[in-house]
Design a protein around this ligand. Structure first.
Ligand SMILES: [Fe+2]
Length: 133
C-alpha cells in the first residue's frame, strides 16, 4: 500500500513544526488507506475537511513562530500558505463535484509536503539554528 514513510531528512529542527508535519503525514497516509480499502465518499470528505483545518492551524502556528523569531521570509511563506489553502479548497470542491478523484487530492498533498514542508520549512530551522550561534 502506498504510504509516506517518515524519514529523518524531513525534520526541520523546529520541534513544534516537526510534530505537526508528522501529523500531517499521518493524515495523508490515512487518506491513502481509505482510498485503497473502499470508497467511502462521506468519510473521505470528512478527512479532507480535517486536513484543511489542520493545515490552516499549522500554517498560523508556523507564521507565528516566524513572526516571533523575525524570520526574513515570513511574507513569502504567508503567501504560499494562502495559495495552498485556496488551491486545496478548490480541489476539495472539485472532488465533491466529481470533477476530480481522490488520487488528485492525495497527489497534491504529497507534492505540497515534499516541496513546501520539507524544503521551504527547513529554512526556518536553519535560520533559527544560525541565530543561536
Ligand atoms: Fe509547515
Amino acid at each position: 500500500m502506498h504510504q509516506i514513510v517518515w524519514k529523518e531528512e524531513y525534520l526541520t529542527g523546529v520541534e513544534e513544526i516537526d510534530r505537526q508535519h508528522m501529523d500531517f503525514v499521518k493524515l495523508i497516509n490515512r487518506l491513502n488507506i481509505i482510498n485503497e480499502y473502499g470508497d467511502n465518499l462521506e468519510y473521505s470528505l470528512r478527512l479532507l475537511a480535517e486536513v484543511a483545518k489542520y493545515a490552516d492551524y499549522h500554517f498560523t502556528c508556523e507564521e507565528n513562530i516566524m513572526y516571533l523569531t523575525k524570520y526574513p521570509d515570513l511574507e513569502k511563506q504567508e503567501e504560499a500558505h494562502k495559495g495552498m489553502l485556496a488551491e486545496y479548497n478548490n480541489l476539495m470542491q472539485s472532488f465533491q463535484n466529481k470533477e476530480a478523484v481522490i488520487e488528485d487530492v492525495i497527489k497534491y498533498l504529497e507534492a505540497w509536503f515534499a516541496q513546501h514542508s520539507v524544503e521551504l520549512d527547513k529554512r526556518i530551522g536553519t535560520f533559527l539554528k544560525s541565530r543561536k550561534k
